[in-house]
Design a binder for this molecule. Structure first.
Ligand SMILES: Nc1ncnc2c1ncn2[C@@H]1O[C@H](COP(=O)(O)OP(=O)(O)OP(=O)(O)O)[C@@H](O)[C@H]1O
Ligand SMILES: [Mg+2]
Length: 508
């Protein structure tokens, strides 16, 4: 007889339904899995046999065939263990076959019959909910799956025996509760930073409008320190954003204990990161750092030290908010709407432009180093600032500077204005994401501002992108001021944030 169990295969953050068909029939004794399984799925055979044996069920002396349909869809990952085992148990009569028909099942088995956590429980739960089915998943993934819907029927057993007992009615499993990670205190605070008022202002503007930021300065001036304090002033994720972020983190297996957090992601990959680590790829087309930073911040410290190919691979996600991983037989795409924050020294020795220092290798040192960043990538960065070495006077100045909480309040107010402006436009939450067609309407400056912008655009030979990005930054500055219209001061400040990069663009 054939028993059927529903499970899923992941294509990006989407769960595609997969049917597990198990047949026990007379023939050569053994178990075969067919239907494009990858190595982890093929190894399922050993785990399933051992787990069933440990749970007191032995395989009959017959031929067992497991088919994963549709047969032309590649099946990757270890979450097929549980549907295969339950299908087999149904075929053997250990669980009632009709009890499984209303569920999507996923989970990995240990040799002792316990069910281990797997990646992707949240997208699977959302998929199951849209099909009107329930979900059977590992106990550790229950809190994460419970986020999909309050009405979703979820069974999260610890072992195969607990699952069988539930269906027998001897030990009923209770529904897991959705868990949220509490607010984590102890984020580094802006008040630790002495001086650097310009850099702090730029950080606030970046947080308020979701703009990309590049900080350049000598070693020890506090660039890494400033970037580490950005999460403390960013607004929390909205419920819709939280779900998008958690889906990606679920696929990557990063939701520890199944708990979700409304904190914006902050990813800071090392500069030795490969292309696959950055944009995604590898064995299971996993999401890369750019996608893991979706709706949050990607911080690239020592910017020019990243390989030029890796840096240029960021151009596409920065423009359209999506990462496409091309495979021989299919494409996988992950959302990647990020705010890029980068820090760098102006040259290899790090001291170019500092008063009283001359670069040993002359102007070439600076030009060669900065040329590692391509012009098009630099064009996508709205705020570029120089962070000079902090002066001794600033360091010993008594008293503390402004706390993160106060800055976060101003940022939240500016974001609130943007939310109202872009209400009804899905995916647009901040000025930086404003579509080009709309920017002139929402950020059209007054007469004095327009005159200044035209003059600057002509003199500095702005690209069309640069022109629009200046307008977006100016809109954010006006939002921070609480002004309805963009004025000349806002345009002037926005242009000043573009200047430091112009020399670098010429070098590239
Ligand atoms: N403005 C500042 N206020 C207080 N401490 C500072 C400041 N700037 C730097 N420091 C001190 O210097 C240390 C190094 O700072 P940080 O790592 O941020 O420098 P950096 O600019 O990233 O340097 P590098 O270019 O070498 O990466 C900090 O841990 C802190 O102790
Ligand atoms: Mg640093």
């Amino acid at each position: 007889m054939v028993s059927r169990v529903s499970t899923v295969s992941f294509q990006g953050v989407n769960a595609v339904p997969v049917d597990v068909q198990v047949m026990v029939a007379p023939g050569k004794i053994g178990m075969n899995i067919v239907g494009l399984p990858d190595k982890a799925v093929a190894e399922s055979r050993e785990r399933v046999q051992a787990a069933l044996h440990a749970s007191g069920l032995s395989l009959p002396a017959k031929k067992v065939t497991v088919n994963l349909a549709p047969a032309d869809l590649p099946k990757e990952g270890s979450h097929f263990d549980l549907p295969i085992a339950l299908g087999l148990m149904a075929a053997l009569g250990a669980v009632p076959a009709d009890a499984l028909s209303g569920y999507v099942v996923l989970g990995e088995l240990s040799l002792d019959g316990t069910i281990a956590a797997v990646a992707g429980a949240l997208p699977a739960a959302i998929g199951a909910n849209s099909e009107g089915k329930g979900l059977i998943c590992p106990a550790a993934c229950g809190p994460e799956a419970a986020w999909a819907s309050a009405d979703l029927d979820i069974l999260a057993p610890r072992s195969l025996i607990a699952m069988a007992n539930h269906f027998k009615g001897t030990q009923v499993l209770s529904r897991p509760q959705a868990a949220i990670r509490g607010p984590s205190d102890g984020l580094p605070d802006l008040s630790d930073i002495k001086g650097q008022e310009t850099a702090k202002r730029a950080l606030e503007v970046a947080a308020a409008g979701g703009h990309n930021l590049l900080m350049s300065g000598p070693p020890g001036s506090g660039k890494s320190m400033l970037a580490a304090r950005l999460p403390s002033i960013l607004p929390p994720l909205s419920p819709a954003e939280l779900l998008e972020v958690s889906m990606i983190h679920s696929i990557a297996g990063l939701l520890s204990g199944g708990e979700l957090s409304d904190r914006r992601p902050y990813r800071a990959p090392h500069h030795s990161a490969s292309m696959a680590a950055m944009v995604g790829g590898g064995m299971r087309a996993r999401p890369g750092e750019v996608s893991l930073a979706h709706n949050g911040v990607l911080f690239l410290d020592e910017f020019p030290e990243f390989s030029p190919q890796v840096l240029d691979s960021l151009r596409q996600p920065l423009e359209n908010g999506e990462c496409v991983i091309a495979r021989a037989n299919h494409h996988v795409s992950y959302p990647a709407r990020i705010q890029l924050v980068a820090a760098m020294n102006p040259c290899r020795c790090g001291m170019a432009g500092e008063p009283g220092h001359t670069c040993a290798r002359g102007p070439r040192c600076q030009a060669d180093y900065q040329a590692r960043i391509s012009g098009p990538l630099l064009d996508r960065i709205d705020l570029r600032i120089t962070v000079p070495a902090v002066t001794a006077a600033d360091l010993i100045k008594p008293g503390t500077s402004e706390r993160s909480a106060d800055v976060a309040e101003r940022v939240a107010r500016a974001r609130e204005r943007q939310k109202e402006r872009f209400a009804g436009m899905p995916g647009v939450t901040a000025n930086a994401l404003c579509p080009t067609s709309l920017i002139e309407t929402v950020a059209g400056p007054d007469a004095a501002g327009t005159a200044l912008l035209h003059e600057a655009a002509e003199r500095m030979k702005f690209s069309a992108r640069a022109y629009h990005r200046v307008l977006k930054v100016a809109r954010t500055l006006a939002d921070l001021d609480g002004a309805a219209e963009v004025g000349r001061v806002h345009i002037a400040e926005a242009i000043s944030y573009r200047l430091p990069g112009e020399g670098m663009a010429a070098a590239a």
